[in-house]
Design a binder for this molecule. Sequence first.
Ligand code: NAD
Length: 362
Amino acid sequence: MTQNILVLPGDGIGKEIVAEAIKVIEVLKADFGLDVELSHGLIGGAAYDEYKHPYPEETQKLAHAADAILLGAVGGYEYEALPRDLRPERGLLGIRADLKLFSNLRPAILNAELADASSLKPEVVSGLDIMIVRELTGGIYFGEPRGIRELENGEKQGYNTLVYKESEIEQIAHSAFQIAMKRDKRLCSVDKANVLEVMELWHEVVERVGKEYPEVELSHMYVDNAAMQLVKEPKQFDVMVTGNMFGDILSDAAAMLTGSIGMLPSASLDINGKGMYEPIHGSAPDIAGKNIANPLATITSVSMMLRYSLDHIELADKIDAAVEAVLKQGLRTQDIFADAEGTTAVSTSEIGDAVVSALRSL
Ligand code: NAD
């Protein structure tokens, strides 16, 4: 059955990088039998310009009808004066909440060819391949009560609440175990069970869900240690699962181990595996329209989509191999270019074309 991919380029470099990802999808359709159709919509500032809302009803309808969504990025200087609720970034929060995308997949992958881009020693990070699964719709970012109150002595007090229900933990644990089953079958659950009761429950529920996945080797680690281990010996991890706030911090730290923001894709999944796929970087208004942005994170977002939502693992492997081949050829956009022997600086469209050629010659 034909699957539908909704394409939401968004703002800034979004349109340029998504155009390259579409070239890749078209080759998979033409040469490798991928049976998908594309629909197109607006989100973020582009949607505000047209509909006066960053996640308008028209886009909502398309999003609900799609099997998966490919998003570029949102945001731009011209929208900074808008009321908070109408800003482009609200479009992202809106679509995540609307589609109940509770499981955020953040890979930190470092191709051997780019090992020098990391601030860590090449031998510590070369070949790194971690997947952080972050709970995205619960925890302290959403917990009630929250606010700033005035105490009897007139002093102000800010407060938030870290809450997780068993069902929420079960849901994210299942998602993480299923991801681990598609990888090296090792899962590390990150918590702070030594101090927080809610994390004691987290630990207990993850352990219980783990009984249903006997093939996956489950371990637990406190978040402070996990932060240290990520920097010290990151290659020990395969999949990590954690709550919203810890995941927010650890996934950004892990991403920076790779040193290149233009290389990392991400996914946000619902309970049925339907997902939204996007690069981790923003709309880069400073370089928009110049044909110099790196489209590889968007192209590998398509690879993640094929792997985790559309069930075409062999095609996902082909995209990854094509990207690897292009890096081996020494082609680099300016963000990953180091003036070293054997490397050539290329534009957004040139590196996209190179991925397409590499795919065709696989
Ligand atoms: P950013 O990620 O857009 O840019 C940070 C730096 O990285 C810039 O110098 C940019 O030129 C560079 N960069 C980013 N992506 C690149 C790519 N693919 N190739 C080459 N260089 C790249 O972050 P920012 O500057 O803090 O934010 C810009 C806008 O993006 C803001 O409006 C922000 O709210 C928005 N934003 C959106 C998302 C998203 O859509 N998921 C995420 C973060 C920020």
